[in-house]
Design a protein around this ligand. Sequence first.
Ligand SMILES: C[S@@+](CC[C@H](N)C(=O)[O-])C[C@H]1O[C@@H](n2cnc3c(N)ncnc32)[C@H](O)[C@@H]1O
Length: 378
Amino acid sequence: MAAPETTIWSMDRHTQAKHEILRRYLGAWIPILIHRCGRVRIIDGFAGPGEYEGGAIGSPLIALQTLLTHPAQKVQDAIRRGTVELIFIERDSQRSAHLQQLLVQQKRVKGDAPKLQPRIITGTFLEEMDKLLTLMERQNANGRPIPTFVFIDPFGYSHAPLSMIKRIMSLPMCEVLINFMYDEINRFLTVQYQTKEQHYDLLFGTDTWRQIALQSTNADERRRLQHDLYRHQLLAVGHARYVRSFRMRNEHNATDYYLFFGTNSIRGLEEMKRAMWGVDQTGGFEFSDFSNPFQPLLLTEPNYADLQRMLTENFKGQVVSVANIKEYVLAETPFVIFKQEALRPMELTSPPKIRVINPAPKRIKGRYPLDDMLIEFL
Ligand SMILES: C[S@@+](CC[C@H](N)C(=O)[O-])C[C@H]1O[C@@H](n2cnc3c(N)ncnc32)[C@H](O)[C@@H]1O
């Protein structure tokens, strides 16, 4: 899709799915962060005008509404205390003015304004995030880091260099959700990459993408290699401990974009995966986990036989704790839940495929309540 030039534009189905993920994730994760740290900050780095043609709301208003209508008392208390920050960055002055106007309208409709005043910054993500990061780095140095979620949702590929993501991820409790515009990147990579070399170097944080451009002519392979390179760079250079990616395919069966999520928190990863699994997929698009590029898992029908196979392949002959299994499932597979769905049938089958080494005296078979239970994969 070419970047629209009007102040607002019509929404595609993928955007709907992306918004649903955002809503679910923030709804689940923000109360946990507030519970742990008392404060939280959300930065929407490519905020847009706040609404689409027809009136559907955009990401900044989704974040705002999720917070204002959140049922958890601790979220409302944090808002009242002024410890929830919302920052929206938008380069286009007409779009940022439109967003500003929507926020004013919203305040008027809602009457008494709560103590949550989103800050709209008209400027580029690169420059503004640089300033914010300087502040965040100072807060961290003073022992007062604020958990921060950064949503990076550009139209193209030239505005969010890996070095910036590395700075974000180097701070404690910071995480990123990145819209990786594969379609755009691929188009230029194949046609006219020579004029864009510097952008690609910055995007990937390396120049090894050139090998993909030079050597790979097969579209599927190119997609996989680009995906893998970006993921690798987020992990190896970008300081993200966990990275998940999800593929959005459009109605012509072409990959439009990937959502990459980078976090250092296994709990954050769990909530994001739940959000992704939970998205309503009746919109006709394909939305798949991209753990295995040759066999992407459609997030509609979890097949737990696949998970059992993965567990066996990974742990065969080993004794591991339930906590280890959980980390593996969350970090390395598309799945979220595993106890009843995978471990239980593996224990109850004959002959069993797993054995509990240190069962509590009255343990019921097929239950794994404790993280330190030890499981042998036979
Ligand atoms: C895909 S749209 C964002 C949509 C929005 N996140 C949502 O989900 O509703 C990308 C936005 O980024 C803005 N933009 C483009 N380049 C930018 C930059 N360098 N810094 C900040 N904003 C930029 C565009 O004007 C556009 O409004």
